[in-house]
Write a protein that binds this ligand. Structure first.
Ligand code: 5AD
Ligand code: SF4
Length: 456
């Protein structure tokens, strides 16, 4: 069943009644997808979406708890909203991971928050908004074992009309010792593949050319129906088979579950994009054990060798954490040497940030001094800049099929898009437009971007 305004209207009056809703999203791509689900739920209640915060009757902040600085940004944002709240009647809601983690503090500390909804409570938002409208507080942070919002059609907030995210699962069971996600997003649950395929077909029919399947650990996707089991490789093949012109990406893979079957499925479908995001976190087996990553340095290297063997043109990207508990110079050197060996095309790099109630916070000491963390992170960033440049230089002279996503920020005579490896390529516009596939020859590069010229 798809939620429509009719579904609600038949039972009771609409909560929104033409009021304007503004949503601000922080954190990961999952959160972008969640904001789209929230918008769908509240539009069905008669809310109208606005991009102007000054006009909003309801402001929702979709939050992230992954690192302390992510939370600090949101506290600052709430403080910024105080004058707005004082100047006129507007409801403010905090939703997402921070709502889950800090429900009481959110209500007490800034005194401007009317609604608090955790990631599994979005269907309850109409009720929570009604309570807040009546002068109370609407709070629901209950986590669920089943909620996947499977049949809700997200209202797309990304405006390029070319690429969209599809959440295929929610939650996480991995329990990495540093990570707050299992606590904020709860247990892992996969979404019915039929609803995923229907969403991808709908996107294609409305002009989209690329979908990214999202989950905290997509490799453990699993759906059992009466007659069969669908794993992630099966799901990926089914989405790829919808149309060879639909590009399909996915994130994020956990190295412990990256199977040869998945790599072979990718090899058999050219529209499954040649880029695998494979977070290493550290190059030291001792640290990986403390992080509860459930693989060793050697296992990780074996998975990269499998990618190189089965998908020789595949880009590999990663996440790295500097200065996790007890990390020594030797552990850090192993991270640098793994990076060098893997030759990552791109990396997200972070300083370890202790998160309350995680295994690391409860059982380990955050003992690497901040200045040491900073220095190590800077070394990791400097090396990655070199590796990215090296990887981009190797592409100069090569030709790629680029899916155009928009006009370049620097010049409206240039377009930008991505190749299958997820690298951004900028080139002169000519007669091409957003949504086209264009063959581009790379002529030059920086560490962040490829420059090229269109061939056709
Ligand atoms: N401190 C620093 N980085 C973290 N990440 C997750 N938790 C923490 C933390 N407590 C990073 C990991 C993960 C990415 C999404 O964020 O690298 O892959
Ligand atoms: Fe942030 Fe993790 Fe929650 Fe995404 S799942 S919003 S990265 S804490």
């Amino acid at each position: 069943m798809t939620l429509t305004s009719e579904t609600f209207r038949s039972v009771r009056p609409l909560t929104g009644d033409g009021r304007k809703l503004y949503i601000e999203t922080y954190g990961c791509q999952m959160n972008v997808g969640d904001s789209e689900i929230v918008l769908s739920i509240l539009q069905a209640e008669g809310f109208r979406y606005t991009e102007q915060i000054e006009q909003a009757d309801l402001i929702l902040i979709n939050t992230c708890s992954i690192r302390d600085n992510a939370e600090q940004r949101i506290w600052n944002r709430l403080r910024d909203l105080k004058p707005l709240k004082k100047s006129r009647h507007v409801l403010i809601g905090v939703i997402g991971c921070m709502a889950e983690r800090l429900r009481e503090a959110l209500i007490e500390r800034e005194q401007i928050v009317d609604i608090v909804a955790g990631p599994d409570a979005y269907r309850d938002l109409p009720r929570l908004v009604r309570e807040a409208t009546d002068g109370g507080r609407g709070v629901n942070v209950l986590l669920s074992r089943e909620e996947t919002y499977a049949e809700i059609s997200p209202v797309r907030l990304d405006k390029n009309g070319v690429s969209a995210f599809i959440a295929i699962m929610r939650g996480c069971n991995n329990m990495c010792s540093y990570c707050v996600v299992p606590y904020t997003r709860g247990n892992e649950r996969s979404r019915d593949p039929e609803t995923i395929l229907a969403e991808a077909r709908d996107l294609l029919a409305s002009g989209y050319k690329e979908v990214t399947l999202l989950g905290q650990n997509v490799n453990s996707y699993r759906w059992e129906s009466e007659d069969r089991v669908t794993d992630f490789a099966d799901l990926l093949a089914a989405v790829a088979d919808i149309d060879p012109r639909l590009r399909v990406r996915f994130a994020t893979s956990h190295p412990k579950d990256l199977s040869d079957k998945l790599l072979e499925t990718m090899a058999a479908h050219p529209n499954l994009c040649r880029c695998i995001h494979l977070p290493a976190q550290s190059g030291s087996t001792r640290l990986l054990q403390l992080m509860n990553r459930k693989y060793t340095r050697e296992w990780y290297m074996d998975r990269i060798e499998a990618i190189r063997r089965i998908l020789p043109d595949c880009a590999i990207t990663t996440d790295l954490i500097a200065g996790f508990c007890t990390e020594t110079e030797e552990d850090h050197a192993q991270t640098l040497s793994l990076m060098e060996w893997a030759g990552y095309a791109f990396a997200y790099m972070f300083k370890y940030s202790e998160r309350p109630n995680t295994k690391a916070a409860r059982h380990m000491t955050d003992d690497v001094p901040d200045e040491v963390k900073t220095r190590r992170l800077n070394e990791i960033i400097a090396l990655q800049n070199e590796l990215s440049l090296r990887s981009n230089r190797a592409d100069v002279g090569r030709r790629f099929e680029v899916l155009v996503e928009g006009t370049s920020k620097r010049s409206d005579r240039q377009l930008f898009g991505r190749n299958s490896q997820n690298k951004v390529i900028v080139f002169d516009k000519g007669d091409h437009k957003v949504g086209d596939y264009v063959t581009v020859e790379v002529t030059d590069c920086s560490s962040a971007t490829l420059l090229g010229r269109a061939i056709d």
